[in-house]
Design a protein around this ligand. Structure first.
Ligand SMILES: Cc1ncc(COP(=O)(O)O)c(C=O)c1O
Length: 451
């Protein structure tokens, strides 16, 4: 309970859209239509936004984090990462296959472009939508590789990575109390992002029997009159599914019938294997106006630290996302956009293509080794770079199994349940570590799962 709040004196500021205002004094009454009240006695209510503007004393903020934080479950991925870090501090040689991060650094030619931009004075804020050059490169990439035609002036916005693009997309399109249909299993940040937007995640299992895809009936049954959006990921993290045009038609039909927005996380779009190819939902009839595609450079170019990506959607949506961005973080990084424009605008270099092929071979090695284990099975992912190892036969909770592998074999894998209940019975192993680590990791996995 909040006993007292300290309020800064900045009279006269007033924001009509949310009815927030600065006041002078202690506990003065104020409020707005959408925010839950916090009890400060019989004087009135206080918004959570006060914490953000520094109006609540540090002491209070420390005593009582916002509800959205308290309601975010501690992820099993973080638990494994913490355990791995502790072991490392104790001097144990831990091989970490938990984070979705390749061992290679970003390509040097791309770094050079960003470094030149930085040294040449490209150190200032860009337009909130992103630099024209970056957006042009995104449009070129979309047309060249995905057959999607977008106007770089109106239909593309630079983001600080796909994750940030997702948050902007949700904030731009869903209202508190809306429902967002999401996959189970799904990327660990989806549920939290949906909740932070005030919406409610509705997880629809993608069953193993259906090769980790939704059926039309499963999807249709999840829709209620509160559903505002569908969020899906293809190529999929963690299950490796690459949606065919047929799979996408299932999503498109439901979205059109119920007038829903669809957020398509396409962050692994370049990483498809064998005959599988990435297809964009936005290309299907009537879907360009209701699809928000999220792409980036984190995965394919090993540029996760650059925090850069982009979203494409209709002008109204990208403009809303841009408005949010202008207030939240101003813009994506200037020289990061310069480097990423090089990555996206040009055809991938022979070196980058060679790296992807090398990754494919590492994935194959892990998959075939895991599949050869007596109590496990694994098939080549259609896309992304994870081995999704079925250990259901062992009948051990995967959180326990992952902890055991870490404590005894010193390898960090993510328990499938971290991605949702349907992920139970699986372990996720990132395969794009160095050959040396991958070989050693596979040997430790064999020992851990057979002993
Ligand atoms: C499905 C998915 N979406 C988004 C991200 C984050 O991408 P970015 O680094 O572009 O924010 C990840 C990274 O782990 C991911 O697996």
């Amino acid at each position: 309970m909040l006993a007292q709040c300290v309020v800064q004196d900045a009279k006269g500021y007033s924001d009509r859209s949310c009815q927030a205002r600065w006041v002078s004094g202690v506990g003065e009454k104020h409020g707005g239509p959408n925010m839950p009240p916090t009890d400060i006695g019989d004087k009135g209510r206080i918004w959570e936004t006060w914490a953000a503007i520094g109006a609540i004393s540090q002491e209070h903020a420390m005593r009582s984090p916002a509800r959205r934080i308290l309601e975010t479950p501690q992820s099993a991925t973080i638990r494994i990462a913490d355990l791995a870090a502790t072991l490392r501090r104790e001097g144990v040689d831990v091989l970490d296959f938990s984070a979705g991060r390749a061992s290679e650094d970003s390509p040097l030619d791309i770094c050079q472009v960003a470094a030149d931009a930085l040294m040449g004075g490209d150190t200032h804020q860009t337009m909130a939508r992103g630099t024209p050059e970056f957006r042009q490169a995104c449009a070129l990439k979309l047309e060249r590789e995905n057959g999607v035609v977008c106007d770089p002036e109106r239909e593309i916005v630079a983001t600080m990575g796909c994750k940030h693009g997702l948050m902007l997309a949700l904030l731009a399109t869903v209202n508190p109390g809306d429902e967002v249909i999401v996959e189970d299993p799904c990327f660990v940040s989806y549920q939290a992002a949906i909740r932070y937007s005030g919406a409610v995640p509705v997880a629809v299992p993608m069953r193993r029997e259906n090769r980790f895809r939704w059926t039309p009936e499963e999807l249709e049954t999840a829709v209620t009159d509160r559903t505002a959006a569908i969020l899906y990921c293809s190529p999929h993290n963690p299950a490796g599914t690459v949606h065919t045009v047929g799979d996408l038609k299932v999503i498109a039909e439901v979205a059109r019938r119920h007038d829903l927005v669809v957020i398509a996380d396409e962050t692994y779009d370049r990483l498809t294997w064998g005959t599988h190819v990435h297809a964009c939902l936005a290309k299907l009839d009537g879907m360009a106006e209701r699809t928000i595609g999220l792409m980036g450079v984190t995965k394919a170019f090993s540029m996760g630290g650059w925090r850069i990506g982009f979203a494409y959607a209709n002008e109204e949506i990208t403009t809303s996302m841009m408005t949010l961005q202008a207030h939240m973080n101003t813009c994506a990084g200037s020289f990061a956009q310069a480097g990423a424009a090089k990555a996206l605008g040009d055809d991938p270099s022979a070196a980058v293509r060679g790296l992807w092929e090398d990754w494919r071979q590492r994935i194959e090695l892990v998959v075939s080794a895991a599949d050869a284990l007596p109590m496990a099975s694994c098939s080549m992912p259609e896309g992304s770079f994870y081995a999704w190892i079925d250990v259901g036969e062992m009948d051990v909770p995967t959180v326990e199994l992952a902890e055991r592998l870490l404590q005894e074999q010193h390898i960090a894998l993510v328990p499938g349940s971290a991605f949702g209940p349907t992920g139970e019975g699986f372990l996720r192993m990132t395969c794009v570590k160095s050959w040396e680590d991958v070989r050693a990791g596979v040997a430790r996995l064999e020992e851990g799962l057979t002993s």
